[in-house]
Design a protein around this ligand. Structure first.
Ligand code: FES
Ligand SMILES: [Fe+2]
Length: 371
């Protein structure tokens, strides 16, 4: 798992000024709440007084109040009230928790879990067609799965599994030309890569693709791409008119569980009455992947390529892993083994951007590989 990327925290509608929300991401707890102006905030969940979970507390005005001794923390993470202090005393400078940059996009509250200054941060994976009049976005679907998020991303990047895992959907098989050769991965900005290739189309017995008017097309274009470690898109282009784009923004809860925020875009079947039906069909397809991915061994992808036998069609997965290696070299990969050893003895936090400019932080920074 990697810091210094944007992670989906919750659906915007789940984050309120009525009660704080505790969310586990990257094996750590965070608290999300809105202030009196409606602005969302995401802080490290551990109170630096004596370890209370801020998410179990209350929202008070613009602050979250710890459930244990009532210390109040602003959206910037600063403790602004300690009930046992006199009215003329102010909380010490050390009384602060990490506060993370946030953005609301596509109905999702994202937090930047890392310490990079704004100018160096990778952006949120953009959905360029989100507001286009000829595209329709389904209502956000959030679901959880029992596997490591990298297995999920690699599955979405895998063109060779469709005809075996999703045969009911009449899902396409790879063309002969593409079977032997490594799939070319094109960059998606600075932080991702993807492919779009022609597939042969089998006649469906029903299912999602049967909805397309142009079903008789022999070849469809499809592909996928990742952006950062935890966002992925699948493009299905039956014709120039009939297209689906499926975006997954993934939050690793821990090494065995992942929360997926699914935004489905479509360029046909625009009737809002089709929304539920389309989501249901998509979730049926997702369930076919889930049934398979929960049984993969080992849970996360192996550390070295020698532990698998990879073929040219696995090139998208290999390319994704090259990006992960690069981010590891930058010191962004969490050392999960050390974290497991420390857990229970030491409270940890992902360092927030303020740690670059201020001293006096109470919680340990998470251990990272190679640092
Ligand atoms: S532990 Fe939070 S106020 Fe005491
Ligand atoms: Fe699949």
């Amino acid at each position: 798992m990697y810091m210094n990327f944007w992670y989906p925290v919750a659906a915007c509608s789940e984050v309120t000024n009525e009660a704080p929300l505790t969310v586990r991401i990257l094996s750590l707890d965070f608290v999300a709440f809105r202030d009196s102006a409606g602005n969302p905030h995401v802080l490290s969940d551990t109170c630096i007084h004596r370890g209370g979970s801020l998410g179990q507390g209350k929202v008070r005005g613009d602050c979250v109040q710890c459930p244990y001794h009532g210390w109040q923390f602003s959206g910037e993470g600063r403790c602004v009230l300690i009930p046992t202090l006199g009215a003329d005393e102010t909380p010490p400078a050390r009384a602060k928790v990490d506060s993370y940059p946030v953005q609301e996009q596509y109905g999702i509250l994202f937090a930047f879990l890392g310490d990079l200054p704004a100018s160096e941060r990778p952006p949120i994976f953009e959905i360029p067609e989100y507001t286009a009049a000829d595209w329709r976005a389904n209502k956000l679907k959030v679901f959880e799965v029992d596997y490591h998020y990298e297995r999920s991303i690699e599955n979405a990047l895998d063109p060779a599994h469709n005809e075996f895992v999703h045969p009911k959907q009449g899902t396409p098989g790879m063309l002969l030309d593409f079977r032997k050769n490594p799939i070319q991965m094109d960059p998606i900005g600075e932080w991702g890569s993807g492919f779009l290739i022609p597939f042969t189309q089998k006649t469906p017995e029903g299912g999602l693709l049967a909805q397309a008017n142009s079903w008789s097309t022999e070849v469809v274009r499809a592909g996928s791409g990742h952006f950062g470690p935890n966002a992925v898109v699948t493009w299905l282009k039956f014709t120039k008119e009939n297209m689906f784009h499926q975006y997954f923004y993934e939050a690793p809860i821990d090494e065995n569980r992942t929360r997926i925020f699914f935004v489905n875009m479509r360029h046909f079947l625009m009737d809002p009455a089709m929304d539920d039906r389309i989501v249901n069909i998509n979730m049926e397809i997702a369930q076919e992947d889930i049934n398979l991915l929960v049984r993969l061994n080992p849970v996360r992808t192996p550390e070295t390529m020698t532990r698998e036998v990879l073929m040219p069609a696995d090139r998208p997965t290999v390319r994704y892993r090259e990006f992960l290696k690069d981010w590891e070299k930058r010191g962004w990969r969490l050392d999960m083994k050390k974290m497991r050893e420390m857990r229970g003895d030491v409270a940890m936090a992902i360092p927030c951007p303020a740690r670059r400019t201020e001293k006096n932080w109470v919680l340990d920074e998470v251990p990272r590989v190679g640092r």
